[in-house]
Write a protein that binds this ligand. Structure first.
Ligand code: NAP
Ligand code: HSE
Length: 429
């Protein structure tokens, strides 16, 4: 057997400790599968005195992650600190320059600095692996870079933030408003330290930007993602969408069009009986469509100690086996700077309008939609909400986001709305 692969792990939180536990529990199995022993030599975190639910006594403790990243007795630097700046980025760069390969779960860093890091790593002949960065335990990076390498990917989409999916499905099952379930999620410890990363759609957009790069051979471009979080999703919309046979999901979609690369993260309606519509709780799902393979659906735990550490270990074993691969599946120098395009692919839309209950109100709405070039597929009026208003739902035929924006701007001018109209895209899945 070859010499051991020596790991230096910085970050001993949820994921870091999960990795330590797998290395300890499955030492023999990992050695068989890797063809060499996988050994931890040095670790680092902020607080050495913290109780970490794992025996770390046989590893050298470094107070500075930089010391782990550059240690002579470390072959692979495993960065599990997080954050797109500061020590995570600095230590990864230092590790690459010191001749180490890098394994990380840091989606924020890769989404923002992925191209520069890939250029640096490949220029130095090193690898960066990041299976855990997208959808936790789901092996989507290896699926796309390896198993689907023979496909022209036409679209990649998914539910990639478990916290948002938990909030949306719990609102529906318990009939609770957003604010109440958000508070529940906070108490259950589901939310990131900055909850905006979850509910604002940023965390999921980091993941989408990484997948886009691999799918379309483009430089990762997080700034080009059109992002909307789930804060405006109301229990009313969840109920009405359900009446119409849909579920609301925070859905990321990336597709290359003739105008450029569309990347959007937004609450969308999906058919309730589709795989995405059936996804409940904190689970993630990624759907990849390729010209030869058709549609692939990957489902599993997107977060948590075991699933995320499982993905990190897959990268470590790959490095131990001697697998060398460009960071984003093709040489960084060959990744093109994609032209970002705002969403223009036509889709059906869901509109919820609260109308004054008086003669001609519906006709005025229909006129605005007609004038906007929007054709109505279905329309449903409910009983009175209050003495004077009725909720009306409209499902449009496929139309452009531009036409919908025009209608949304124009509708208040009819004078028959009692509140702002709500529009949500219906994504074909
Ligand atoms: P976490 O539980 O907050 O742990 C972070 C660790 O980093 C802690 O051990 C902390 O030390 C350590 N740390 C902070 N600053 C440090 C510094 N300057 N030097 C050395 N260590 C430092 O985070 P996590 O959930 O394990 O996430 C780690 C990474 O995995 C992040 O990039 C995250 O986005 C990614 N990820 C996480 C999940 C998940 O389910 N948690 C899923 C996918 C990806 P102390 O313990 O001493 O405070
Ligand atoms: N906050 C993330 C989620 C953790 O809820 O999915 C995993 O990236």
């Amino acid at each position: 057997m070859s010499s051991p692969l020596r790991l230096g792990i910085a970050g001993l939180g949820t994921v870091g400790i999960g990795v330590v536990k797998i290395v300890q529990k499955h030492a023999e199995m990992l050695a068989r599968r890797s063809g060499r022993e996988v050994a931890i030599t040095a670790v680092s975190a902020r607080d050495q005195m913290k109780n970490r639910d794992a025996d770390l006594s046989s590893y050298r403790w470094e107070t500075d992650a930089m010391a782990v990243a550059t240690a002579e007795d470390v072959d692979v630097y495993v960065e599990l600190i997080g954050g797109d700046t500061g020590i995570a980025k600095d230590s990864i760069e230092a590790a690459l320059r010191a001749g180490k390969d890098v394994v990380t779960a840091n989606k924020a860093l890769l989404a923002v600095h992925g191209q520069d890091l890939a250029v640096l790593a490949e220029g130095l002949g090193r690898v960066i692996r990041f299976e855990a960065a997208v959808a936790g335990g789901i092996p989507v990076i290896k699926t796309m870079t390896e198993s689907l390498a023979g496909n022209d990917v036409t679209r990649v989409m998914g539910v990639m933030n478990g916290t948002c999916n938990y909030i949306l499905t719990r609102m529906e099952s318990a009939g609770l408003p957003y604010e109440a379930v958000f508070e529940e999620a906070r108490q259950l410890g589901y939310l990131e330290a900055d909850p905006q990363l979850d509910v604002g759609g940023i965390d999921a957009s980091h993941k989408l930007a990484i997948l886009s790069s691999i799918a379309f051979g483009t430089q990762v471009d997080f700034d080009a993602v059109e992002i909307e979080g789930i804060e405006r999703v109301s229990i009313d919309d969840i109920r009405r969408a359900s009446d119409l046979g849909y579920r609301i999901k925070l859905l990321g979609v990336a597709q290359m069009t003739a105008r450029g690369l569309e990347q959007r993260m937004s609450p969308c309606l999906v058919p309730a009986d589709s795989p995405l519509g059936q996804l409940v709780g904190g689970t993630n799902m990624v759907v990849v469509e390729g010209d030869s393979v058709g549609q692939i659906v990957l489902r599993g735990a997107g977060a948590g100690e075991g699933p995320t550490a499982s993905a990190v270990m897959s990268d470590i074993v790959e490095v131990a086996r001697g697998v060398r691969m460009p960071v984003f599946g093709q040489p960084a120098a060959s990744l093109t700077a994609a032209k970002p395009a705002r969403t223009a692919v036509p889709a059906a839309y869901y509109l919820r309008l609260e109308l004054q209950d008086k003669p001609g109100a519906l006709a005025k709405i229909a006129t605005v939609l007609g004038d906007s070039g929007i054709s109505i597929d279905r329309m449903r009026q409910y009983g009175q909400h209050s003495d004077s208003s009725v909720p009306v739902l409209v499902v449009t035929h496929k139309t452009t986001p531009e036409a919908i924006d025009y209608a949304i701007e124009t509708l208040p001018g009819t004078g028959v709305l009692v509140s702002d109209p709500v529009e949500l895209r219906i994504e074909e899945v």
